[in-house]
Design a protein around this ligand. Structure first.
Ligand code: TXA
Ligand code: MG
Length: 327
């Protein structure tokens, strides 16, 4: 397969200026990026991903000053979080101005914004001087990409440029936060956990999905999913599910009664930050082995363990009805 992978920030900038879509590295996952102000680029992103139009896009900017023209206000607790955690794996929902096209917010008055921390993409944003919309660079419902090779497998033939920034160091999508009726709301959990954010900004409520027209990613029951049938269960239950051609994903402890070649590990030391970083890579690897099924061990009940389990729950959803559910 011919590859569009490149280290040239200039090439990526030229493609974006020409209205093309390019893949960019971020510290969380790779994004499929286009110029916020170019309607054709936005359209291309939706069609490449086969993403429903009611699923809005995150805007990536170079610094806080680039946020100002995009938003009407920046409520104090959210600004405090931005000042503490940007650049970084935090996305903030803010009231948008008219310069932000409705097409990227699914008609909502809110726009999701973040400043990514990856040095390559920071340099790219400096160079182009316009914001980038970028959803994760995977087809709708599939495993998120944490390397340029993952993106190449998905989109190599259809995009001119995949900017290589190595393996993502965070590995899970950004935490998404906003404010409703003066209450801080958490829409998507990430490596930056609720309890850490609460130390800075006070109490935060986890958002529960309503029958709203604008979806947050946790509302899709099937997401982040391998093509291979995937099961999530407690460690003690794994042996009940094992059949001949099964791959198993474990935090760190091997299973005695299964060939080691069928076992995939998220962390050498049982560290959950490392497990988050490796999660999508390991899911990609296991999915490529030709197993009849993959069984994932549930992570321990710590905050980040719960966040990883949420992703694994979506990855292992096997129903046909991938519609909005309340969670
Ligand atoms: O870490 C990340 O956030 C990565 C990297 C590339 O930045 N991006 C990412 O994008 O995960 P995506 O599109 O896969 O997930 C972002 C989710 C969307 O699915 C959408 O539901 C929610 O953020 N979102 C975006 N804009 C929104 C808005 N205006 N209102 C409510 N939710 C929004
Ligand atoms: Mg995504």
């Amino acid at each position: 397969m011919s590859s569009s992978i490149t280290n040239s920030i200039d090439k990526a900038a030229a493609c974006l200026l020409a209205g093309d879509v390019v893949a960019i590295p971020t510290e969380t996952v790779y994004g499929l990026a286009g110029n916020l102000f170019n309607p054709e680029a936005v359209e291309k992103i939706y069609s490449l991903k086969k993403r429903p139009k009611n699923n809005p896009l995150i805007v990536h900017v170079k610094d806080l000053s680039a946020v100002t023209p995009l938003v009407n206000s920046f409520p104090a607790p959210l600004l405090q979080l931005a000042e503490k955690y940007w650049p970084g794996p935090l996305t903030i929902l803010l009231n948008k101005t008219a310069v932000v096209p409705d097409s990227i917010t699914a008609g909502s008055n809110l726009v999701a914004i973040r400043i990514p921390a990856h040095p390559v993409t920071k340099e790219l944003l400096e160079k182009i001087n316009f914001p980038l919309v970028a959803p994760s660079a995977n087809p709708f419902t599939r495993i998120s990409p944490t390397s340029a090779e993952h993106v190449n497998e998905y989109f190599g033939a259809s995009i001119p440029c995949i900017l290589d920034g190595g393996n993502c160091t965070v590995g899970l999508e950004s935490t998404i936060i906003g404010i409703e009726n003066n209450k801080l709301m958490l829409y998507r959990e990430g490596v930056l956990g609720k309890s850490e954010l609460e130390k800075i900004a006070g109490p935060i409520t986890k958002h529960v999905a309503q029958n709203s027209n604008v979806l947050t990613p946790g509302q899709w029951p099937r997401h982040y999913a391998p093509l291979t049938k995937t099961i999530l269960c407690e460690r003690e239950q794994i042996s009940l599910h094992i059949k001949k051609n099964t791959g198993v994903i474990l935090l760190t402890e091997p299973l005695n009664n299964l060939s080691i070649t069928q076992q995939h590990f998220l962390s050498e030391t049982g560290n959950l930050l490392e497990a988050a970083r490796n999660l999508y890579q390991v899911l990609h690897d296991a999915d490529g082995q030709g197993y009849d099924q993959i069984i994932c061990e549930k992570m321990p009940a710590a905050e980040l363990g719960h966040t990883i389990n949420e992703r694994l729950k979506r990855a292992s959803f096997n129903g046909n009805d991938n519609k909005l559910v309340k969670n």
